[in-house]
Design a binder for this molecule. Sequence first.
Ligand code: ZN
Length: 432
Amino acid sequence: MVSMKGIVRQILIFLVISCSLAGLAPAQVIAVRAGKLVDPDSGTVLSDQIILIRDTKIEKVGKGIDIPADATVVDLSRMTVLPGLIDCHTHLADGAHDGEPMGQFKKTAAQVALESVPNARAMLESGFTTVRDVGAYRALGDVALRDAIARGDIIGPRMFVAGAYVTISGGAGAATGLAPDIGLPWDLRYGEANSPWEVRKVVRQLAHDGVDHIKVLSSGAVLTHGSNPHSQEFTPEELQAAVDEASHFGLRVAAHAHSPEGIKNAIRAGVASVEHASMIDAEGIALARERGTYLDMDIYDEECIQEGGRKGNVPKDFLEHDAQLGQIQRDNFRKAVAAGVKMAFGTDAGVCAYGTSGKQFAFMVKYGMTSMQAIQAATSSAADLLGHSNEFGSIKPGKYADMIAVSGDPIADIRLLENVKFVMKDGKIYKQ
Ligand SMILES: [Zn+2]
């Protein structure tokens, strides 16, 4: 005979165990009804899908799934649901949108950090649930921003950060334009390195300071004073040192490069991605394909540089660096896509206003991608480049509940991604 007291005790034990397993709070269950669902893994669009979300993760996806009685139903049956978008080239921690890097010398690090708060929010609300941030003028501001978002103190995308630019003195990632006798604070000269051993030292310091990847500058830049995008900066030995040292900490390397030699040096050194890749030549395209190196080509921001130039907001030397480079980059993007090189979506967010990254999709389609390829570049391929395909990049069981929705068919009209109507990150709705 089981006594009433015994049953009550067993129920109590069961409750204690289940509560402690669930971290005391009952799990939040959401069922999203998706009229259409874009699956970048298979390159297909599914219809009438139910996405079951438990807390931060996706539990089930499919047609005719039973919706638990305690689930909150989110009805997107008239919309197209996509995985949360990923921008692999952002600079969210540089403060207010500004075409002139000299502006950094007029602000404290605290000002820059607080000005960056709305950048993160704009990025998330425009549909980008994850970003790979590839360098901040004031070192480690991006680490602080990433951690503040992860704690839930401020609203923004999941961030992966570089901490600082690893650059030659006076190079593309250096704070330039000041007289030689003006000393810079530590965080404006953190990433300068001028030999393979100095590169290793900076990489070690960055790894210790908690970065997610390393950003090196392999050629000159468009948006740096005294820089020449046609030049080569780090030597092959220095680039190899960066990739090797980063690998000791499990970190991947992204290389900024415009010039053909700067691009090829970086690919040969084994970087995970080449940023900009503006003047990539046939040999560079073949090398990238052979080595599986991602290209992250920011082919929209030319519009913003030229527009800023017309308004007098972009320094004259930057416009000179940029002359013809925009069109060359777009033509080379088309060649790289045709050659089957791995492509990731990266906009250099901060050059154009934060929250406008979605405008690049239409240009990627204009220059040779299908709509699905452009979406894959910003979802499954981007997650692969980041090394986190098992956590995000598509709407699959076990992954974070990161998703967006647009009204209409983005395969037929890619520009719908410029106007995202619904945003969920980690199972939490930020826009509806
Ligand atoms: Zn950049």
